[in-house]
Ligand binder design. Structure first.
Ligand code: UD1
Length: 415
């Protein structure tokens, strides 16, 4: 088991590049199962969740080779089951359901794994696919979906704009007969990136990134070349690290518009922000508390950025309040921050952060992906040495995090 060892208190300065978005790469890798021929994906993040998706593709009979940040996938799906071991590696393995059902008319898989953020049901996925003509039964813990005559388009109104369900329906609808309409669809930019990829492959998807998405079924899809969008949560993590260390960073290769709900929070904290083209420059001053941060579906403040922003606000003057509206158990990083000297009280969905003067190094464990990144952010700005264990959670979504921060002055090694 590896750890990250961080000697805190060094200002981060310099330039740092954002990698491709995990939450875009994973559904696009699943989408390749719907296509015939070759897909070339540029800007693919080198993270363990991508390896997990590649293992599923290989199991299905496809080949996937990652060379630097370019993934080449040759799609030729031979089977439609995903073993429990592969499903348990990450939550987004569930997105293969829509692709396999659309392509082969069947799919057998177990409930997905991933970060333990409280109950993460898949009822919206299942009910939507049923409305499109799929039947489902549970056999010894495996969900078996069938649509022997193929799927049909349907008019769907989602009870909540679930990201994963929107993606699954989009994938299932591409090769379905007729038109599918998704109302109250998730509007995250990663949904638009997935639609972009699918449309390049020959799909007919309109409205992705908006509340209503319309998909007209086509007879086949052919692989294409696509560049994965920048990771807005990684960008928010770097901004938090600049704030936490009192540093100044030029963060490049990002999409400024995707950070519309995040940048004002750093401005309220007292950071100076200047954005131009695909870069954001952030210079941290003395940090001030932020009155209220509510996590909500896009375009509001993202739940995935809650933990990293909290890590920097732990040292801001005054009281900051978080309300987590997406997941029921997304404050698992709080005990480790408290061990480092933070003053944070959690009551249900609310976390109240009383800023302290300093955080101090401690031996702590990452409990989930973004919570783990928050501990790195806190440790970079803390006094003394922090040792973070269970870093496999962090590697699921960050490319070589120790190298990234070392290059801008962080003292961080993996051992
Ligand atoms: C995706 C992102 C994740 C992000 C989340 C919310 C990927 C790979 N992961 O996860 O990083 O934190 O969006 O922005 O893109 N829900 C149901 N029933 C369902 C589906 C979801 O009740 O059928 C609930 C979930 O329990 C959760 C909420 O809806 O409380 C949000 O889930 P969803 O939007 O589906 O998130 P994911 O796709 O799992």
């Amino acid at each position: 088991m590896q750890s990250l060892i961080i000697d805190g208190g060094n200002r981060l300065t310099g330039e740092i590049e954002v990698c491709g978005a995990k939450n875009s790469a994973l559904p696009i890798l699943a989408a390749t199962a719907l296509t015939d021929g070759e897909t070339v994906l540029h800007n693919c993040p080198v993270i363990t969740d991508v390896y997990s998706a590649e293992r599923i593709l290989t199991h299905l009979g496809c080949s996937s080779v990652l060379n630097g940040n370019t993934a080449v996938i040759k799609s030729s799906v031979q089977r439609s089951d995903i073993p429990e071991k592969l499903m348990s590696e990450m939550r987004s393995s569930i997105i293969f359901l829509g692709a396999l059902l659309g392509k082969t008319g069947k799919c057998a898989l177990s409930f997905p794994g991933g970060c333990e953020l409280g109950a993460r049901p898949i009822d919206i996925h299942i009910n939507s696919l049923k409305k499109m003509g799929a039947s489902v039964k549970e056999e010894f813990g495996t969900l078996v979906f069938t649509a022997p005559k193929g799927l049909n388009g349907a008019k769907l109104l989602l009870p909540f704009p679930s990201v994963g369900a929107t993606e699954n329906i989009m994938l299932a609808a591409c090769l379905a007969k007729g038109e599918t309409q998704i109302k109250n669809a998730a509007r995250e930019p990663e949904i638009a990136d997935l639609a972009d990829y699918l449309n390049k492959c020959g799909a007919n998807i309109k409205g992705a990134g908006e509340g209503t998405i319309t998909i007209s079924g086509v007879s086949s899809l052919k692989g294409c070349e696509h560049t994965i969008m920048p990771d807005r949560i990684v960008a928010a993590t770097y901004m938090s690290a600049a704030a936490s260390t009192g540093g100044e960073l030029r963060i490049t290769k990002l999409c400024r518009n995707d950070l519309d709900s995040v940048i004002p929070i750093f401005e309220e904290m007292g950071c100076y922000i200047y954005s131009y083209g695909d870069s954001v420059f952030i210079k941290a001053n003395k940090l001030k508390a932020v009155k209220k941060i509510l996590t909500m579906p896009y375009p509001a403040f993202p739940t995935d950025a809650q933990a990293v922003v909290m890590a920097s606000l732990a040292k801001a003057e005054g009281t900051s309040v978080f309300v987590e509206n997406i997941f029921e158990n997304r404050y698992q990083h709080v005990p480790a921050l408290t061990k480092m000297g933070a003053d944070i009280k959690v009551e249900g969905k609310v976390a109240i952060v009383e800023g302290v003067k300093n955080l101090f190094g401690a031996n702590i464990l990452a409990t989930d992906l973004r919570g783990g990144a928050a501990l790195v952010v806190a440790a970079l700005g803390a006094e003394g040495r922090t040792v973070i264990g269970n870093i496999h959670h962090i590697d699921r979504g960050y490319e070589n995090i120790e190298k990234t921060f070392s290059l801008v002055g962080g003292k961080i090694i993996r051992k």
